[in-house]
Design a protein around this ligand. Structure first.
Ligand SMILES: Nc1nc2c(c(=O)[nH]1)N[C@H]1C(S)=C(S)[C@@H](COP(=O)(O)OP(=O)(O)OC[C@H]3O[C@@H](n4cnc5c(=O)[nH]c(N)nc54)[C@H](O)[C@@H]3O)O[C@H]1N2
Ligand SMILES: Nc1nc2c(c(=O)[nH]1)N[C@H]1C(S)=C(S)[C@@H](COP(=O)(O)OP(=O)(O)OC[C@H]3O[C@@H](n4cnc5c(=O)[nH]c(N)nc54)[C@H](O)[C@@H]3O)O[C@H]1N2
Ligand SMILES: [Mo]
Length: 760
């Protein structure tokens, strides 16, 4: 809850009309120097995304080939690097001074700001504090707990999308050699809807474009994405495309600054001038209206016969049924769902009809709804109808979040692994992997809630704050016998620990990894399936830190001994040994070690590479989805939970959201003037948010300041993770199970007198 002093610090100004420019350079250099010191800041930022440097951990946007700018990073990449390179540390003295109960009362921002974790720590059953433990004792403790479980399915192995390919491959090997497919990951909360929709329709769950395709497109559609904040380097690609005459169609309930205009800070012109106007059209759609919109666009394209009949005939199935469905469009349903006028929809359809090379981009504004999978299938229908896949300048571009979330999935971090992957694992390692599907993120929470799961291991991330229904997750974790967090910084998941709890501090991406006495590198895969090496150079935050690979091998050896004859210690002497095994198991990775030494390679993608579609039908598949729209009872609003410009997921760097005019606080709700008037409220009033769900339980998040904002009537927005207690665990996207973080039904209730409290 915000305290009176927080209320006083919060100021609200007008939203910005453009992104980046000089201000971004000033902010990023200022932060870097403050947190890392001048020398380290310069050294770190100059090796960011360079051919022999480390891969930026702020997002999964690809690096340009050939010429790279000296500063191939963005403001938010620089923030991520500074945050990791922070000089403050959190060691035994800190934990002795702060009981866990006290830490639990601090905000997410405060927890991470304390600095880098430096020592393995344990909270013993019944203990009030974390205390130091040796690495060997920590590994032995995990081994004892895991071996004592009644079945391996009582353990859950979570992954956040920062883990390298090497770490991810060994982690899934550990889980499966131990005997479970319980490998939920942040993807379950993120682009799972994308993977589900694309696997069914084009036969592979990844995007089909390269950076060159974006540059060559003549129309780029950006749906449900805020690139100015979350993928700032994408703005450079949009700028290049625009320079060559491309149009941009943005679809978003909020007029995000990065969609409107871009001052490229890497160019003298950007530093001085007004930059490039980006979106030609911005459709201010109502939250959750995209499925209806795309059916209407399909309808209009069909009517205009702006279709690629040759491609439809040669490469797809199901066209007739889809055409029949969208031909009989319920226009009123479309207008109600989208909040747009028919003329606006016609204009958008005309942009598509007039384009020859279209790229469809999307992110969380699409994937985190109940109808997410159907919506993505609908873009695919339109892309297929126009033949916009597997040709230069065209394709599907889900813009991933975490820098290696796509690579982790390629490496087998998946609770529903394909049989072919498990077969390859069996052939390579000589054991029979478990076949039953494991828990995804939401199922894992249910399993802890119901005490069916007992041990939680996290390779990075902040599961307690990132998942929906925070109180349920926290209670579930507190009931676990053991929680193990492999982390760089203190977060909520450490202060809602299991009965016994370990914190295992690890090296970050920027730091030199000398495991086994060699300078090791790791590899990652970006949003466009490019695999390349990453090597940090900074001095580690402390001498005890170990690499993720080293920690996983330590856990595995202590748990499995030499079961299945896997030489865990051998992997830590030279990571090439891991890459050789990846080459044997993961499709498209033969010769992995050599190929990453010569600049990297692109993972195979049959639709992109050869217009072949590895679906059961052997062709791309049109699908039919009824228009499904969220039903909102009178007086209620649809809340979307999103990111400020000053955070990376649950990592809150600071309390400003520059582009949206917010300074010094995060407990704000963006709301339209019409809704304010209708509810008898005003800008500046404070309200409590109450979410309503079919289980009848009311979930609350208290004391938010209302901010009048240009968003469609009926739609409000507030920041995550503060609002995660409002997202019901069972409110998930159909088919993919992704929490519906972008459509939570809430009511506002005028807040009582200011109640001081430190809790977030
Ligand atoms: N600096 C920084 N970079 C990041 C992250 C970060 O937190 N900070 N997070 C990383 C991760 S893991 C991810 S997944 C990505 C997230 O990248 P984004 O998806 O850009 O992140 P969100 O802040 O969730 O923004 C969602 C956008 O969708 C819009 N939206 C909401 N509902 C709807 C809807 O119903 N329809 C449409 N058309 N639009 C809608 C919102 O207004 C908002 O602009 O960014 C990655 N990069
Ligand atoms: N309401 C709501 N909830 C959401 C979302 C939303 O839009 N709305 N978005 C969802 C999305 S898209 C995602 S991807 C998830 C994110 O979920 P997670 O990936 O679980 O969360 P993060 O906040 O990225 O994790 C931050 C923590 O990672 C650790 N860390 C950082 N770097 C490293 C590293 O190099 N190695 C290791 N081992 N640890 C490291 C640090 O301890 C840090 O505290 O949240 C989801 N939750
Ligand atoms: Mo994400």
């Amino acid at each position: 809850m915000s305290s009176p002093s927080e209320d006083a610090r919060l100021t609200v100004g007008p939203p910005a009309d453009h992104a980046a420019g000089l201000e971004a350079v000033r902010v990023s250099m200022g932060r870097a120097v403050k947190q890392m010191g001048v020398v380290k800041a310069a050294r770190n930022l100059l090796t960011l995304n360079q051919a022999d440097g480390f891969d930026c951990m702020s997002c999964a946007w690809p690096d340009p080939k050939g010429h790279r700018h000296t500063a191939e990073f963005c403001e938010n990449g620089a923030k991520a690097v500074s945050w990791e390179g922070q000089r403050d540390t959190v060691g035994p003295a800190f934990f002795a001074a702060h009981p866990i109960a006290e830490l639990a009362g601090q905000t997410d921002h405060w927890l991470e700001k304390q600095g880098r974790l430096t020592h393995p720590m344990v909270r013993r059953a019944g203990g009030t504090h974390y205390e130091p433990i040796s690495w060997d004792d920590a590994f032995a403790l995990v081994g004892e707990h895991l071996r004592a479980l009644a079945t391996p399915d009582e353990a859950v192995f979570y992954t956040s999308g920062r883990a390298s390919n090497e770490a991810a491959f060994l982690y899934q090997l550990l889980a499966r050699a131990y005997g479970t497919n319980n490998l939920p990951d942040c993807s379950n909360m993120c682009h799972e809807s994308t993977g589900t929709a694309l696997a069914r329709t084009i036969g592979i769950g990844k995007g089909s474009v390269s950076l060159d395709d974006l540059h060559q497109a003549d129309l780029i559609v950006v749906s449900g994405q805020n690139p100015g904040t979350n993928h700032p380097r994408m703005l450079t690609a949009l700028e290049i495309a625009k320079r060559d005459g491309a149009k941009i169609l943005a679809i978003n309930p909020l007029p995000e600054a990065g969609l409107l205009r871009f001052d490229n800070p890497q160019k003298a012109r950007g530093l001085a001038g007004r930059g490039t106007a980006l979106a030609d059209t911005l459709l201010p759609i109502r939250s959750n209206g995209d499925l209806a919109l795309w059916q209407a666009i399909g309808h209009l394209l069909l009517e205009a016969d702006a279709l690629d009949h040759e491609f439809i005939a040669s490469s797809t199935v199901g066209f007739e049924a889809w055409a029949e469905h969208v031909r009989h469009l319920d226009r009123d349903a479309v207008l109600a769902a989208t909040g747009l006028t028919w003329a606006q929809i016609e204009d958008a359809a005309a942009m598509l009809a007039g384009a020859k090379r279209i790229v469809h981009c999307w992110a969380m504004g699409i994937t985190q709804h109940h109808n997410a999978v159907a919506t993505i299938k609908e873009f695919v229908n339109v892309a297929l109808a126009q033949g916009m896949i597997g040709k230069p300048g065209a394709g599907l571009c889900p813009v991933r979040g975490h820098s290696n979330v796509q690579g982790d999935r390629s490496m087998g971090i998946w609770e529903k692994p394909p049989a072919s992957f498990l077969d390859a694992l069996r052939t390579e390692f000589g054991f029979e992997p478990p076949r039953a599907h494991g828990y995804d993120a939401a199922d894992a929470v249910r399993a802890f809630r119901d005490r069916r799961a007992k041990v939680f291991v996290a390779l990075g991330g902040n599961f307690v704050a990132a998942m929906s229904d925070t109180d349920v997750v926290a209670e579930g974790m507190r009931g676990a016998e053991l929680t193990v967090q492999i982390s760089t910084k203190l977060n909520r998941s450490h202060v809602e620990p299991g009965r016994t709890a370990l914190i295992l501090p690890t090296l970050g991406r920027t730091e030199q990894d000398r495991t086994g006495g060699l300078v090791q590198r790791v590899t990652v895969e970006d949003s466009m399936s490019e695999v390349h090496a990453s090597r940090g150079r900074a001095t580690p935050a402390g001498p005890l830190l170990r690499s993720e690979v080293d920690i996983i091998c330590g856990l595995a050896a202590a748990t499995l001994g030499d079961r299945h004859g896997i030489d865990w210690a051998g992997f830590t002497t030279d990571y090439d040994r891991i890459r050789d095994r990846i080459g044997q198991v993961v499709p498209g990775c033969a010769g992995y070690t050599e190929r990453i030494s010569t600049g990297g390679f692109t993972m195979p993608h049959p639709p992109r590479d050869s217009r072949t579609f590895p679906t059961p039908e052997g062709k791309a598949v049109f699908t039919v989805s009824p228009i499904e729209v969220l039903q909102v009872p009178p007086g209620r609003l649809v809340l979307q939970t999103l990111r400020s410009h000053d955070q990376f997921n649950t990592t809150v760097y600071g309390l400003d959201d520059r582009y949206r005019g917010i300074k010094g606080g995060r407990r704000v709700v963006f709301i339209s003037a019409e809704d304010l008037a209708e509810l008898g409220l005003a800008d500046g009033d404070h309200v409590d948010l109450i979410s309503e769900w079919i289980d009848g339980r009311e979930r609350r998040a208290d004391r938010f300041r209302l901010v009048e904002y240009p968003t469609p009537k009926g739609c409000v927005a507030a920041y995550y993770p503060e609002t995660n207690p409002l997202v019901p665990l069972d409110s998930q996207a159909a088919e993919s199970g992704t929490p519906t973080s972008k459509s939570v039904i809430v009511r506002l209730s005028r807040a009582g007198a200011q109640a001081p409290s430190k809790k977030p």
